[in-house]
Design a protein. Sequence first.
Length: 582
Amino acid sequence: MDFHVVTVLHRLLKKFEEYGDIPGNPEVSRKEAMFANRLAGLILEAENGLMDIEEEDVIEIEEDVDWEAPEFDALDSDDASPNQTFRFGDRWVNKEDVEKALSYYRDTSKGHRTAQAMYSRFRWLSTNYHLQKLRDIENEGASYKGDRFRLLAILADRLFEEVKKRLNEGLTLHDRDLRSLTLDLNRKEFNVVGFLASHKWITRWKSSRRIVSRRITKFVTKRCMLNQDQLEKQSKEFVKTSRQEMPQFSPSMILNCDQTGIQKELHGARSLAFGGEKTVVRSVQAKSSLTHSFTFMPVLFADGTMGPKAYMVMSEPTGQFPKSQPIPHTPNLEVRAAKSHIMTKELMCDFLTSCVFIPSVPKKLFLLLDSWPPFKDHAKIRSCLPPGTDVTIRNIPPHCTSMIQPLDVYWNGPWKALLKRFNSHAVAFYPDYVIAQRNNQITMVSVLFHQISSKRFKDFTQYSWNRSGYIDVYTPFQSPLKYLCNGVELQICAVNGCDNNIAIVMTPIAKVRCFRRVPIPPRRFSPTPEEEFLLPTPPPTPPPPPLQQEEHEISSEALIALFVCMALILWFCLFPHVFNNV
């Protein structure tokens, strides 16, 4: 998109023309000069293509005494059965059937038919209350809005209570969370058949409750000392050279590795909030988790597959995991501890030997790396090679990774979006799950990496190479976030006995699971008693042990006394006259 500095300056002048004419040579304070220089720098960076403008929405509830809430139509036009508006017992009946019943009820010279006749003709009528309700519908006529409307209106009020409670607790909410809450309330409290909580219904509900979006604009600059044109030229030349070499290798031999930092708690800037709030504050489980990160390094192959293992570095004060709290076994992750999560040359060698140069990877490789100094030490990399392995190493020119490194160009973005969605769902619905806790963090990353590595997402993975310019193969695909998370609100957990709202669709079996019932690799995905879940339910309280009678040892003196007493009683019964004479 074209960017013209003159146009921006013109817009600024028009915006502030009410402040008067621009003076010829004004006195400038230090603060004013610093701000002007900063603003000029932003404009120049935007002109050179070194700035991204990110716009995000937060949702809030406005407080305005002059505002009048629009009338809320609780019926959803997108429902599967919008005409089923009357409930009789556990049956939903449409308007046409109710009118037939009323016509039959009055079609007699006696004024109305008997209850037994109505019960026999219309099976959904079974009690006197049902007949009274039929008469109420007749009396109110068009003003009777139906049970569906009434229940959905009550559901809308309950939803507002739940949303207000969560917002007051500082939780981040999105439209998808509103839909999950609505469907969960309907499933557990109202049971309105066919209600879908469509986007239109959620939008009307937000409007009636004064819940709106606020847009936040961020300017993200990408500082670089080199000319942008020169960078693009270097990138094109590198891709051209690489494409000439790549035909010597099969796609399963060509791989890209890249380290990326991930916050321990990922939260987006978009959230629901009460309108009119000047500042939107949201709670986090640990403030330090917003400033502390871990390093994640996957392996991406040109054939659209992921390496069998990814590398994860977590910071620990001592540089080691405490022996009293061992980390979980995750077969698709190699987890290491260090005093900082920043990668070092030693950690690079460990990554190569544990995740790249392993038996399941081909012996001939084309290794595409960035210009991180340890990656440029080819001698050190070759020292990690096992016998019989040959590797060709190519380093992407400095400052060009955002344009031609496959993991940077596309894969990392959807991966972090999936983590962010899972974090958001956990905070909103499972506050007892501490995201930033070490073992929880490892387990969650393992589960989601297992999902995104599925063969189902081969075309998605391969697109990173296509978008970077290395291959021409392109097949339309569905992103992991859309497949795993979108639309799951309409279903309940596939585990027997669990009615929680859904967090994810598990691959490869397409089973829906709630957050509490997400299985941990490499367990089977069929619900079995021994399956290990992401957030296991607490074990049932064992029954109290049966009371045991205490055994007491009787002494010989007590036995003699007991024997004497029994003898006297027997003597009294046999010879009572002896005692009378005494």
